[in-house]
Design a binder for this molecule. Structure first.
Ligand code: GLV
Ligand code: MG
Length: 320
């Protein structure tokens, strides 16, 4: 993965572009990513004003090392081109990614890629720096996910949009993240989540889970976030500051798992060396480690390092 794709996105905070108050508040919150929304959190009549608020807020700064993202409207509307032109011409140097909702094909991603390149060249911005986040929110998007993921080198994340997805497939439930009543034989979202995760891993992108709408129910958020985190997702949307700590915690490895992963990496490094006997498999305490253990440890260690965890244990080679 490139450095920009690897930046942590445990918590992706949604902020309506129409609310300057919420935008200001977001600057001080502990989210890895903030996305300023021009789509569903902005009423049609508020969209022109929201574009201006967003440009001003991005240029004003104060975002720390948060990933700064703007969600534009999807390409079945007439708003998308103006969203992109106005926001990127106005604040392209102070923006990390454009999020495209309801993506249905690789061609839609290519449209955004080409438009960004034209604006970057016109404005004298670095060409190709602004990334793309693609929301998968309907059957068309899911079935085209492979071509969406590889449509542009700018794509950094694939995001599950559960609310629109549930509506688009006629799922018999109104509660995002919960199982539809009547379906009692498993997780109704498993196929969608796994398809997004597989495409993300195949193309070295991040897989991000979408919103949990019961914002007062932090336990519910934690439960639903825990499922996608367990599968391997990198982060989740946060709709309210009250969900932030839970997201950051659930998508960071536990300290003991992080320590153990770093220990495996050091031990395996030593055992495979000349001094350690050039061994491909070795014992670490009661556990056998090999190349596959190293790969699994790298994932946990990578997540822990990007979450800022510090190791508390050191590997000491056994006395020979
Ligand atoms: C997010 O955009 C969703 O539809 O869940
Ligand atoms: Mg949506």
């Amino acid at each position: 993965m490139t450095e920009s794709v690897l930046r942590p996105r445990r918590s992706c905070l949604a902020v309506p572009g129409s609310s300057t108050k919420m935008i200001d508040k977001a600057k001080g919150l502990a989210a890895d990513q903030v996305f300023l929304d021009l789509e569903d959190a902005c009423a049609p009549l508020a969209k022109p004003g929201a574009r201006k608020n967003i440009v001003a807020a991005l240029n004003e700064g104060g975002w720390g090392d948060k990933i700064r993202v703007v969600r534009v409207n999807d390409l079945t509307t007439h708003w998308t081109y103006r969203d992109v032109v106005e926001v990127v011409e106005g604040a392209g140097d102070n923006l990390d990614c454009i999020m495209l909702p309801k993506v249905q094909s690789g061609a839609q991603v290519q449209w955004l890629d080409i438009t960004l390149t034209q604006i970057e060249k016109t404005m004298g911005f670095e060409v190709g720096r602004i990334g793309i986040e693609a929301q998968i929110e309907n059957a068309r998007g899911l079935l085209a996910i492979d071509e969406i993921a590889e449509a542009s080198r700018r794509v950094q994340t694939l995001i599950f949009g559960p609310a629109d997805f549930m509506a688009s497939i006629n799922m018999k439930s109104l509660v995002v993240g919960e199982q539809p009543p009547g379906y009692d034989v498993g997780d109704a979202y498993h196929h969608i989540l796994m398809s997004i995760l597989m495409a993300a891993r195949k193309h070295d992108l991040q897989a991000i889970d979408g919103p949990y709408l019961q914002i007062k129910d932090v336990d519910g958020f934690r439960r639903v976030a825990g499922r996608s985190a367990a599968l391997g997702f990198d982060g989740k949307w946060v709709l309210h500051p009250g969900q932030l700590d839970a997201a950051n915690e659930v998508f960071s490895p536990a300290q003991k798992d992080y320590d153990h992963a770093e220990l495996i990496l050091d031990a395996y490094d030593w055992y495979t060396s000349e001094a350690g006997g050039k061994r491909g498999a070795a014992m670490l305490g009661d556990e056998m480690i090999d190349e596959a253990s190293r790969k699994m440890a790298l994932v946990i260690a990578g997540k822990g390092r990007s979450a800022g965890l510090q190791r508390t244990e050191k590997f000491t080679p056994p006395e020979s």
